[in-house]
Design a protein around this ligand. Structure first.
Ligand SMILES: NC(=O)c1ccc[n+]([C@@H]2O[C@H](COP(=O)([O-])OP(=O)(O)OC[C@H]3O[C@@H](n4cnc5c(N)ncnc54)[C@H](OP(=O)(O)O)[C@@H]3O)[C@@H](O)[C@H]2O)c1
Length: 268
């Protein structure tokens, strides 16, 4: 299927690792120029290096999306760069693992607000600051990566839950708000995905329960009601984002696409 993405520009928050790097690979493989935003410079450099095989311009900008000035500087750098300028695709993906697994209702304000600063407010902040660069010729796309904690009750994940639910809501708001500018806005909702930190988590949980990673995952997926019976790959999430970013998805707007092996059917 020809996706019509060659030569376009994408900005991916949290593009240095995990799902974000997978999305960057998927887009770069279609000939898209990519801008990676994340905080850690070493990880950004490694990610940019890993993308070299696709032979597209790659720009890695150390950015903390919880800080307005940092996001503003990043947008300024993209707008001023001769290889970039106009942004066709904005992927809001940055986020983090659950900080601590004790009861989040007992966290203090700073912890709740800290998570919101990155996820929901970070997403809105990035949209606001990059909006002047977004293409208005019908190629403009925003894809928000949220998570099943926003649509189901996922163990201890209170802050992930309210952030993801809020971004799903903002996806509809933005789709409506930006329709006149020919920009579509959709959300991808991953379930349990095999990123580096999730692999470490599965190893640790397995060890605690005297199981191998695979034994732990088999039992966990069954318990959580994941119909596929396994976790998803980074590529399986990236494929959905690449499709939504493409010309083929031009009539899809305000959608929330679960990429979760069927977990939201909740057949437990
Ligand atoms: N893995 C899963 O099972 C899963 C399931 C559902 C939803 N999700 C969602 O998918 C997204 C990606 O998750 P992942 O598992 O790929 O996570 P990951 O491997 O930990 O990668 C997170 C990325 O976000 C960046 N980031 C974190 N805080 C940031 C900040 N303040 N400013 C800029 N960049 C920041 C990180 O880089 P720095 O730390 O260097 O900034 C990194 O590039 C997250 O929003 C997560 O909630 C993941």
């Amino acid at each position: 299927m020809e996706l019509g993405l060659k030569g376009r520009t994408a900005v991916i928050t949290g593009g240095s690792k995990g799902i974000g790097l997978g999305i960057a690979r998927g887009l770069a493989a279609e000939g898209v120029k990519v801008v990676l935003l994340a905080r850690n410079e070493d990880d950004l450099a490694k990610a940019a290096d890993a993308l070299r095989e696709y032979r597209v311009p790659v720009l890695a900008i150390p950015t903390d999306i919880s800080k307005t000035e940092s996001v503003r500087e990043a947008a300024k750098a993209v707008g001023a760069h001769r290889d970039f300028g106009t942004v066709n695709i904005l992927v809001n993906n940055a986020g983090s693992a659950i900080r601590r697994i004790e009861r989040q209702i007992l966290w203090d304000d700073a912890d709740w607000l800290g998570d919101a600063q990155v996820k929901i407010i970070g997403t809105l902040r990035v949209v606001r600051e990059f909006l002047p660069l977004l293409a208005t010729d019908g190629t403009g796309r925003i894809v928000n990566v949220t998570g099943v904690a926003g649509t189901t009750t996922w163990g201890p994940a209170l802050t992930h839950g309210f952030n993801n639910a809020a971004i799903n809501h903002a996806t509809g708001y933005l789709a409506q708000d930006l329709a006149a500018a020919n920009i579509t806005v959709n959300a991808v909702i991953p379930g349990l995905i095999s990123t580096e930190w999730r692999q470490m988590w599965a190893d640790n949980m397995g060890k605690q329960q005297g199981k191998t990673r695979q034994q732990f995952l088999d039992d966990y997926c069954k318990k959580q009601g994941i119909l596929a019976g396994r976790w998803g790959s980074v590529e399986e999430v990236a494929d959905s984002v690449v499709f939504l970013a493409s010309d083929r998805a031009r009539y899809i707007n305000g959608a929330k696409l679960a990429v979760d092996g069927g977990i939201t059917l909740n057949p437990r």
